[in-house]
Each structure stands twice: as structure tokens, then as C-alpha cells.
Write a protein that binds this ligand. Structure first.
Ligand SMILES: Cc1cc2nc3c(=O)[nH]c(=O)nc-3n(C[C@H](O)[C@H](O)[C@H](O)COP(=O)(O)O)c2cc1C
Length: 287
């Protein structure tokens, strides 16, 4: 068993934690996390990934400012880094594998926060000995959550804080990208879709759109115009919205697997109309 609790509970407990205690992560927990990361070597679409836990030093936090991340991160004691080899779906695969690690870390009782930026030439890249054919689009800050007892309780009980998420009708469709999917039609897939909706995404843009087509669930990327150009166009970010799709795939598939809903991923463009919509087909879950 990879997780100690139901995946739905872990997904509901996760949030972007930006303030940590300065206590280093317990060696036993580090060991568990290292073992998990060492075993996370191939994404669901075949990309080779390399996931590593590195201890943070004070300079890492200030170094984050120069690489296009947003939001102030205080006292992270570790960073989970993930690199992907080149390939057509490499950023989706990396998003999937890193989010699986985020959920594992959440299950260990630690806080996490995704940080997306242009890390290729950063101190992280140097620490990892990044090869020229590897991509490092994001890192995950981690450590013990700082805060009052009330905030810590919230972390455990935070049930579906979906206030800041788009409603079903904007995300899930049937047949094409215009007809909203009803919960009745979603059937057994209500929970996987609901857990997908709680996934983190860069700037909370939630760029995923899902179309039910019989027994197949097509995943589309709805691009945010101008996103990824960086502040005033100065910092060129990696394509974080593709990473977001991998994160959504992870929440969806782990929940489906827990419910014993059989399925697998296939890339097979169904030809659904997307013209003029800034929408790109990515992958399908065939159940
Ligand atoms: C790929 C990616 C990149 C992100 N980059 C940053 C970042 O640079 N700084 C930050 O504070 N939060 C970052 N976030 C966190 C999002 O802002 C956060 O997931 C979103 O607002 C939803 O909030 P929640 O994670 O608390 O549910 C990132 C999230 C993702 C998935």
C-alpha cells in the first residue's frame, strides 16, 4: 500500500503551504520519502523521471525570487525536485509523478507548495547536475507546517475547500466541449472528477477540460491567453499548464484506482471541435 489513508482524504487535506517551521524533517520521514521518490522512475505516458529530495539552505529561499516563482515561501526545510527527459508528453508525466509525491508527502503529515519557474540555470539545476536534455519546470517546497493549532487542525479536516475552484459546468463536458456533464451521467466517475477539481494548478488557472465520450474520458488543455510569458515578458517560464494537466491526471487516476474503476491512458485525438477555443487535446482515460 502506497498511502496510509484513502486518497480522497489526502487530496482534501492538501493545500499550498507557504510557511514552515524551521525544524528539519525527521530522518525516518526523509527515508520514507526518499524510498518513494527513488521508486518513481517512469510517468504513466512513458517519460523517464528523476525525483529527489534536497535539504534546503537559507540561500535557496532567496534564490527562488530570481527564477519567476510567485508567493512568499517561508522556511521550507526541503525541496522535492523532479526532472523529465525530453519527449512529447514529458511535462504531463512529470506533473503526474511530482503530484503523486506531493500526495505521499501530505500523507506523511508534511506541508507542500508547488513552485513553477525557470529553474534550468538555477542553483537547483546545479545541485542536481541537470543534463542538457532534462527539464526542471518546477520544484516542491516542503517541511513541517507552521501555524496555530487551529490552522493545523484545518490541514487535517479541510474538507473540499472548493470555493476557489471552477464549477463542474465549466470543467466537465459530454460529447463535445460545449455540453456540460451532469453528475447523473458521470456515474461512478463523480469522485475522480471531484478530486481532479481539487488539484493544484499554476496561478490556480485550472486549465483542464474533460469530455466524456461513452466509456472514454478525453483530457484537454484550455490555455490561458498570454500565460507563461513571465513578468513583463522578462522571465520565460516552462509550459506549466502542461504540468497542470499531469497533476489533474494524477488526482483522477489515483481516485479511480482506489474505487476499482479499471482504465488506462491512451493518446488518440478524437477530433472533437476545438477551433478558436485555445484548447488542445492531450490524452484519454479509456475505461
Ligand atoms: C505548476 C504549479 C506552479 C506553481 N507555482 C507557484 C509559485 O511559483 N508560487 C506559489 O506561491 N504558488 C505556486 N503554485 C501553487 C498554486 O498557486 C496553488 O496550487 C493554487 O493557487 C491552488 O491553491 P491550493 O494549492 O492551496 O489548493 C503553483 C502550482 C502549480 C501546480
Amino acid at each position: 500500500m502506497t498511502f496510509s489513508k484513502p486518497i480522497t482524504e489526502i487530496i482534501k487535506a492538501r493545500y499550498s503551504c507557504r510557511t514552515y517551521q524551521d525544524t528539519p524533517i525527521d530522518t525516518e520521514l526523509q527515508q520514507q520519502l526518499n524510498n518513494f521518490l527513488a521508486a518513481s522512475q517512469t510517468g504513466p505516458l512513458g517519460t523517464v523521471t528523476r525525483l529527489t529530495l534536497i535539504s534546503a539552505i537559507a540561500e535557496d529561499t532567496s534564490a527562488l525570487k530570481g527564477v519567476g516563482t510567485y508567493g512568499f515561501i517561508k522556511n521550507p526545510t526541503g525541496f522535492i525536485t523532479g526532472t523529465a527527459s525530453t519527449g512529447e508528453k514529458n511535462l504531463e508525466d512529470l506533473g503526474y509523478m511530482l503530484e503523486r509525491a506531493v500526495l505521499f508527502t501530505t500523507d506523511l503529515g508534511l506541508g507542500t507548495c508547488w513552485l513553477g519557474g525557470s529553474f534550468t540555470k538555477s542553483r537547483f539545476a546545479k545541485k542536481l547536475g541537470l543534463h542538457k536534455d532534462e527539464h526542471l519546470p518546477a520544484v516542491i517546497a516542503t517541511g513541517y507546517i507552521a501555524g496555530t493549532q487551529r490552522q493545523l487542525d484545518m490541514f487535517i479536516r479541510r474538507s473540499a475547500d472548493s470555493d476557489n475552484r471552477k464549477p463542474w459546468k465549466e470543467l466537465f463536458f459530454e460529447g463535445d466541449l460545449t455540453a456540460p456533464l451532469s453528475q447523473d451521467t458521470a456515474g461512478d466517475y463523480i469522485a475522480p472528477l471531484e478530486m481532479l477539481r481539487l488539484a493544484p494548478s499554476a496561478s490556480n488557472k485550472q486549465p483542464w477540460r474533460i469530455v466524456k465520450d461513452g466509456e472514454v474520458w478525453h483530457f484537454y488543455l484550455q490555455r490561458t491567453p498570454g500565460y507563461g510569458k513571465g513578468i513583463l515578458g522578462l522571465v520565460k517560464l516552462e509550459d506549466l499548464q502542461r504540468v497542470d494537466i499531469g497533476i489533474a491526471m494524477c488526482h483522477f487516476a489515483l481516485t479511480a484506482q482506489e474505487l476499482d474503476l479499471q482504465g488506462h491512458w491512451e493518446v488518440n485525438e478524437p477530433g472533437i471541435k476545438t477551433e478558436g477555443m485555445l484548447t488542445e487535446y492531450v490524452v484519454s482515460w479509456c475505461s
